[in-house]
Design a protein. Structure first.
Ligand code: MN
Length: 131
């Protein structure tokens, strides 16, 4: 069974690119254009991984990450931040909010896919340990 990745991204061009890369790599892809919809999909479908854009309307990616990590039903889901931010302290803030990792935009295809694969392998191992 292929892994499911939920992408929460408000910029259509970025969403299209990321969804295409994931789809071509054989993953099931869920898409949300804002954090509220993203949290809803995460709770309903319990994806293996969430790719979380940090800059989102209404509620930003940090807040959405905190909400998913505070909920026992979704806390185990890996969250990888997608971010154009590269300021000192940003990585620390993302990790403090509960992100398991981050990928800087613009994304480099191979690095992006390697990171997703690595994170999903970790998620699969942890799932095995929980069961
Ligand atoms: Mn954005």
């Amino acid at each position: 069974m292929s892994a499911t990745v939920l992408v929460i991204e408000d910029t259509p061009a970025n969403m299209k690119l990321v969804a295409m890369l994931l789809d071509k790599a054989g993953y099931q892809v869920l898409q949300a254009a804002n954090a509220i919809q993203g949290i809803e999909l995460a709770r309903r479908f319990l994806p293996d991984l969430v790719l979380m854009d940090m800059q989102l309307p209404i509620m930003d990616g940090l807040e959405a990450t905190r909400i998913l990590k505070a909920d026992a039903a979704t806390a185990h889901i890996k969250i990888v931040a997608l971010t154009a931010l590269a300021m000192k302290g940003d990585a620390e803030r993302m990790l403090a909010a509960g992100c398991d990792g981050y990928i800087a935009k613009p994304i480099h295809y191979q690095h992006f896919l390697d990171e997703i694969k690595r994170m999903l392998a970790t998620a699969a191992k942890e799932k095995e340990l929980r069961s």
